[in-house]
Design a protein around this ligand. Structure first.
Ligand code: G
Ligand code: G
Ligand code: MN
Ligand code: NA
Length: 256
């Protein structure tokens, strides 16, 4: 079998698993949200990370069906946690490829899925990478605008690494900006990165974006960011790697 055939088989036979990584408040490390990240249990190659198969899935167009699978899984999880009375997160974010986003039936199918599980629009946010916006800028912009109008907040992901034009920030209706971990890696030794982060934070605030900083691994890095702005949220191995849903629940969901 080719990887391509395996990918299609996995979609039909629950070959994927969803992991969650906590998104925390930098002031007190309280967990306020989570990002959903997909993993693939390949029958021969073992656990595969997105880097091993997402590019192929995009090329084959299977990314759209993967995206729907992820949304359904996230809806099921939120719905279950609500029934158990343990849903306390502000939101779970999902990564949606622009190819899926601009399909004609996207918004209709998206809201139908939320309705089917009785999920509020504020419970889910959509992450779109800066790079994937570029191809169909006008259309992508329209869909994001419609989603935001209907209560789904959108996150611009991996900010600062694409061919980012700052004019995006005023043209597109995003609510949250995620600063790419490239700026955090080596932050404690690199004053230039600190300067860039300061500038991105200042611009983001000007346009009323909430900020998530990605890839904090060390306490020193966290302290530098907290000094820049004590109101951002962050994600990083310092708090936790992405975890299987049950492990995330055990570790980060309070039960009383
Ligand atoms: O999971 P990692 O922890 O290795 O994720 C690597 C990259 O893969 C992330 O930057 C993310 O954008 C992408 N990715 C992870 N899960 C998904 C998914 O469900 N859908 C899409 N489109 N991309 C994903
Ligand atoms: O969609 P996106 O690119 O934002 O996905 C987040 C990616 O970043 C995932 O691959 C996740 O595993 C990874 N990640 C999250 N926190 C850290 C971190 O502290 N260090 C490193 N190296 N990677 C991280
Ligand atoms: Mn992301
Ligand atoms: Na990112």
């Amino acid at each position: 079998f080719t990887l391509q055939q395996d990918l299609i088989y996995a979609l039909e036979h629950e070959g994927f698993e969803l992991y969650l990584q906590p998104i925390v408040n930098i002031e007190d490390d309280s967990v306020n949200a989570a990002e959903a990240l997909i993993r693939w249990h390949h029958p021969k190659q073992g656990l595969l990370l997105p880097a091993d198969f997402i590019p192929l899935a995009i090329e084959l167009g299977v990314i759209t069906e993967i995206g729907w699978w992820v949304l359904r899984k996230v809806c099921q999880t939120i719905s279950l946690w609500k029934k158990e009375g343990i849903w306390k997160l502000d939101y779970i974010s999902i990564n949606i490829n622009a190819k899926q986003l601009i399909k004609e039936d996207f918004t209709e199918r998206f809201f139908a899925q939320l309705n089917a599980y009785d999920i509020d629009t504020k419970d889910i946010k959509i992450e779109i990478t800066e790079t994937s916006l570029i191809n169909n800028f006008e259309l992508t912009q329209q869909v994001i605008h419609e989603l935001q109008q209907r209560g789904i907040k959108c996150i611009i992901d991996d900010f600062g690494t694409g061919y980012s034009s700052l004019s995006y920030l005023k043209k597109l209706s995003f609510s949250v900006l995620k600063i790419d971990r490239e700026f955090i890696f080596d932050l404690e030794n690199n004053i230039a990165n600190e300067t860039l982060i300061r500038m991105i934070v200042a611009i983001a605030k000007q346009f009323n974006y909430k900020i998530v900083v990605e890839g904090i691994e060390k306490l020193e890095q966290k302290e530098i960011i907290k000094n820049i702005d004590a109101h951002v949220s962050y994600q990083g191995f310092l708090v936790s790697k992405p975890l299987p849903i049950n492990d995330f629940e055990e570790k980060f969901i309070e039960k009383e």
